[in-house]
Design a protein around this ligand. Structure first.
Ligand code: ATP
Length: 403
């Protein structure tokens, strides 16, 4: 894998448990049994099986893209690439372990499954900063959803899952700090798998689309994107309930898709549901295109913020012209000391201390990663993990990729 980060050695790693599974890979909590035999400094290792790559969706390229993005990140609310490895069987990379779970799990732990405006303000402010940093690097994230917002040991957030992110040239200026990104083009699958969305919206049935009501939808291209020069991405990508109107329409999209998704996420944190979810994908997309978000109760600054982020016309959406700075100036954030956000010592929720969360862990209990996958292949009906992913308890799989 093309990265300057330390090479990991698979045979030295012991998986403590499975942290989560996505469409592309399995994420393990691991430790280096040579350098860290007592598992004092575990980390998260995302493992993608090469055997599954070619039958699926150009995951090889997506995996390499994710590593490429991660290797360039250095920001408090974004993950750092700790190391990577490649064997005949696997691609894998390590990032810091986030013991607090994800925002979706956290929401399900709240009374009424919603957060208070104060808590929303804290998390949305941090996510906004993370997106601002990515956009500053010319990266549009395109996969904002609660499951991809993880809670670090410190209680601060970190975004995860960058395989759907893309490099875009800002409208006003070309990026100068990320020339290498142009080397990686849009995955082949985006060129191959074209699907006429207009047809879908206007009602022609598509059996495959009916299957997954809440799925990551990816990718459909209208035009071949040109990442070496292009200002807009035309791939159809994202998680169904988080997809913006311009993406549904296939108009091409810019950084404003992330501001739309931020609006959806804020709404979900406030009301415990997303605003446009329909009985099926077709209805969801129709709602995305035509329905205004419904607000209950007296109009507040938070509702106003959501309404402005969920502006259907991206050019009128908050953040379109002034980026994150414009959003930070919204009334809802009035008085927030943005410069001190990283210094907040008492975020709304603190994760369990590592020793507590890993009490069951000993090296004897750990799994060999290679053996884990061999076992899976031999007994596909056996539960995949000694400990199921927390997200799976709470929400239908939002990361099923369809092609
Ligand atoms: N650093 C981490 N610390 C703790 N848990 C993590 C970490 N990274 C990932 N996870 C868990 O693993 C799950 C899957 O990770 P991730 O979303 O990166 O995989 P994926 O295969 O790209 O998924 P997707 O289907 O969304 O593409 C996450 O939802 C989360 O629960």
């Amino acid at each position: 894998m093309e990265t300057k980060t330390p090479e990991l050695e698979l045979h030295k790693l012991t998986a403590v448990r499975v942290l989560g599974r996505g469409a592309m890979g399995t994420v393990f909590l691991v430790h280096d049994r040579v350098a860290d035999p007592s598992a004092r400094c575990p980390f998260a290792l995302k493992v993608v099986e090469k055997s599954s790559l070619h039958t699926k969706f150009d995951a090889d390229r997506r995996a390499r893209w994710e590593v490429s993005v991660l290797s360039r990140l250095s920001y408090p609310f974004l993950p750092t690439l700790l190391g990577s490895l490649e064997t005949d069987e696997f691609l894998a990379w390590a990032v810091p372990y986030c013991p607090g779970g994800d925002l979706n799990v956290l929401r399900y732990r709240q009374t009424d499954r919603v957060f208070s405006p104060t808590v929303i303000r804290f998390y949305i402010a941090e996510i906004l900063c993370a997106l601002e940093h990515l956009h500053g690097m010319g990266i549009v994230y395109r996969d904002l959803k609660p499951e991809n917002v993880l809670i670090q040991q410190s209680g601060h957030i970190t975004l995860t899952d960058f395989d759907l992110s893309r490099i875009l040239t800002p409208r006003t200026e070309r990026p100068t700090n990320t020339p290498e990104f142009a080397e990686l083009e849009e995955p082949e699958c985006r060129r191959k798998h074209r699907r006429n969305l207009t047809r879908l919206i206007s009602g022609v049935s598509d059996k495959r689309l009916k299957k997954a009501k809440s799925a990551r939808v990816s990718p459909v291209n209208r035009r071949k994107p040109d990442f070496s020069t292009g200002e807009r991405s035309n791939s159809f990508v994202g998680t169904e309930e988080y997809v913006s109107p311009e993406v549904v329409r296939g108009d091409g999209h810019e950084f404003a898709v992330d501001w739309w998704a931020l609006g959806i996420l804020t709404y979900e944190m406030m009301y415990g549901k997303t605003p446009f979810r329909g009985k099926n994908r077709k209805e969801t997309f129709r709602n995305v295109l035509t329905n205004p978000p419904e607000f209950i109760g007296k109009r507040t600054a938070l509702m106003d913020l959501i309404g402005r982020l969920l502006e259907k016309n991206p050019t009128r959406r908050l953040g379109y012209n002034g980026g994150a700075t414009e959003i930070k100036q919204h009334e809802f954030f009035r008085g927030l000391r943005w410069d001190l956000l990283t210094e907040v010592l008492r975020p709304p929720f603190l994760a369990l201390r590592e020793e507590e969360s890993l009490t069951e862990v000993t090296t004897e209990d750990g799994m060999d990663i290679k053996a884990y996958f061999q076992n899976l292949r031999a007994q596909p009906s056996v539960p995949m993990s000694p400990l199921p992913s927390p997200s799976s308890d709470c929400r239908r799989n939002m990361s099923l990729t369809e092609f």
